[in-house]
Design a binder for this molecule. Structure first.
Ligand code: B12
Ligand code: SF4
Ligand code: SF4
Length: 492
């Protein structure tokens, strides 16, 4: 069976399981993975030791002078593989954003954890799709297949990029020009050769909203220091949270959505979703049929902006019942109580002091210590604020940045979606640029009006990725752009 025929069958199998959005990457050297080893060597993975697993043990790898981490080349774990099918599942839905103001005493659970645990939902769909495809793979004499969501020895975003599902943004997320970045990835590694997709171009342009908005300054363009990321601190870190980062975590108790919520590409999707459901949805009343979202991922009641003191009052048994089948359980009971203490210290509501006093008597020493910290903060907010930020104000608190974030049109590029359409339909970048600049009436009125089309990151000839594919030991350089045009360059 030909690679093209196998591709058609794979796509049909995925679609039958509700995974209509998917792509295929050819197994080869992925240039982005050249950044992996330096990232680990700098210790940016923190305590996520599984990321630093070595390939072939010391014997054939490092000891032989050509050591590799397992994940820095997909062929390390899968020497037999020829293709990876990568499926995306949206978890976006109309609803509040983490950057919206919240009532005192309420906190934030990141959007990915509002519904059923995505690992279970997505892996079940991948397994079912692989079972449908199995007879064709057998016929092709290449039956090998492995399914992964998160847990496999591969960097899913890099595979997703090569499968044409999006570009890797400066916030390190995979972003699609129409669907934003609120989607999960799952992979089926295959022994068979399937016709592959083409990667999408980087459309971050000169935008740096995610970098400026990150409260813990975890991001440099295209790279993250996971040790500073709130999602690491409140989900992956099992011990105490470094004191200097606690005040910056705000009221985020599970994960963090900030660098995605400020991303113009997600705001675009939000507008599209609002058009489908024009009445602003009240919290916990998001329609289950929001476009593209699997019903299992629809928000469960009480997940959006929950009351912190009420969660802190849950017994272990109640916690288990409440979060059964939810990704929230990744934090564990003691981790959640630790996070709740920090959040109440940062964003106290009416019941916070009493709840913190209870946590300060907790059976777990780590929870007690965080509750003590929070009580001090509630009592002496200015002093604690000063200790938490010895150097300079947090980016989000700089008035000019707040003002800029409130003006999404500033970096707007009216011609971009028409250009994306044409690029996706196979037109080359220069052609799309020419049309967007008004050289062809087929571009339509909004594209013709686009003032920066020739400099747009989306279409500018020679932009934007290749120079940045080289590994960097220092923070990576920004995309090539001339200083005098950087300000007016279209960000997206
Ligand atoms: C560990 C992990 C985390 C860690 C570390 C994140 C990180 N950036 O590495 C923590 C706990 C912080 C985390 C947080 C989140 N995660 Co996570 N995470 C993972 C996991 C398990 C491994 C990621 C990994 O290997 N990181 C290693 C680093 C080196 O890889 P990377 O950051 O992706 O870097 C690549 C690029 O940035 C690029 N690159 C690096 N340097 C440079 C330099 C230049 C110049 C350029 C151009 C490119 C470039 O190459 C790198 C690879 O070599 C994956 C699942 C998987 N198996 O892949 C999910 C995954 C990445 N996470 C996911 C999600 C949903 C989240 C959160 C949104 C959850 C939340 N709301 O809290 C946040 C997002 C935070 C963010 N901005 O990334 C999704 C991402 C989906 C998407 N659309 O991108 C994944 C794929 C899980 C899934 N199955 O869907 N996560
Ligand atoms: S998830 Fe939050 S803390 Fe992590 S990089 Fe993004 S904004 Fe920063
Ligand atoms: S478009 Fe802007 S906010 Fe979104 S990832 Fe790129 S730089 Fe960050």
């Amino acid at each position: 069976m030909s690679p093209a025929a196998l591709r058609r069958l794979a796509m049909a199998a995925l679609e039958a399981e509700g995974l209509a959005w998917a792509g295929i990457a050819r197994v080869e050297e992925f240039p982005y993975l050249a950044h992996f080893a330096p990232w680990i060597a700098q210790g940016r993975h923190g305590e996520m030791a599984y990321l630093a697993r070595e390939h072939g043990a010391a014997s054939e790898g490092r000891a032989a002078g050509r050591g590799q981490f397992l994940r820095e080349d997909i062929r390390n774990a899968f020497p037999w593989a020829r293709s990876v099918v990568c499926a995306a599942l949206s978890y976006d839905a109309p609803g509040p954003r983490s950057t919206d103001p919240r009532a005192p005493g309420r906190g934030w659970i990141a959007r990915y954890a509002w519904g059923d645990d995505y690992h279970e939902v997505l892996v079940a769909k991948l397994r079912a799709a692989a079972a449908r495809l199995a007879p064709a793979l057998r016929e092709a004499g290449a039956e090998g297949a492995r399914m992964y969501v998160d847990t496999g020895p591969l960097v899913e975003r890099v595979v997703g990029y090569h499968a044409g599902l999006g570009w890797i943004g400066k916030n390190t997320c995979l972003i699609h020009p129409r669907r934003g970045s609120f989607f999960f990835l799952g992979a089926i590694v295959l022994e068979a050769e399937l016709e592959a997709d083409t990667p999408l171009p980087d459309r971050c342009g000169s935008c740096r909203r995610c970098i400026d908005a990150c409260p813990t300054q975890a991001l440099t363009p295209y790279q993250m220091d996971a040790r500073r990321c709130i999602a690491y601190l409140n989900l992956e870190l099992r011990g105490p949270i470094p004191a200097e980062l606690r005040a910056r975590m705000g009221d985020n108790i599970i994960g963090c959505d900030i660098c995605q919520d400020v991303c113009p590409w997600n705001q675009k999707v939000e507008q599209a979703l609002a058009a489908v459901t024009p009445a602003a949805p009240a919290p916990d009343m998001v329609p289950k049929d929001a476009p593209g979202m699997a019903p299992e991922l629809a928000p469960r009641p009480g997940r959006m902006a929950p009351e912190l003191a009420a969660l802190a009052a849950l017994s272990e048994e109640e916690y288990r019942r409440e979060f059964r089948g939810s990704a929230v359980k990744r934090a564990k009971y003691r981790g959640l109580r630790r996070n709740l203490a920090v959040a109440m210290g940062n964003h106290p509501g009416p019941g916070a002091r009493a709840a913190l006093e209870r946590l300060a008597q907790d059976g777990d020493a780590m929870v007690r210590e965080h509750a003590q910290w929070a009580l001090e903060r509630v009592e002496r907010p200015e002093e604690m604020e000063r200790l938490a930020r010895p150097e300079e104000p947090e980016p989000l608190e700089r008035p000019e940045q707040m003002e800029r974030l409130a003006r999404p049109e500033e970096t707007g590029c009216p011609g971009r979606l028409e250009q994306v359409d044409r690029l996706e339909q196979g037109e080359d970048a220069a052609g799309a640029a020419g049309r967007a600049a008004g050289q062809s009436s087929a571009a339509g009125p909004s594209a013709a009006a686009h003032p920066n089309a020739r400099r747009c990151a989306l279409v500018a000839p020679g932009s934007p990725r290749d120079p940045r594919l080289r590994p960097q030991s220092a923070p990576p350089p920004r995309p090539p752009q001339s200083p005098e045009t950087a300000e007016e360059e279209c960000a997206y």
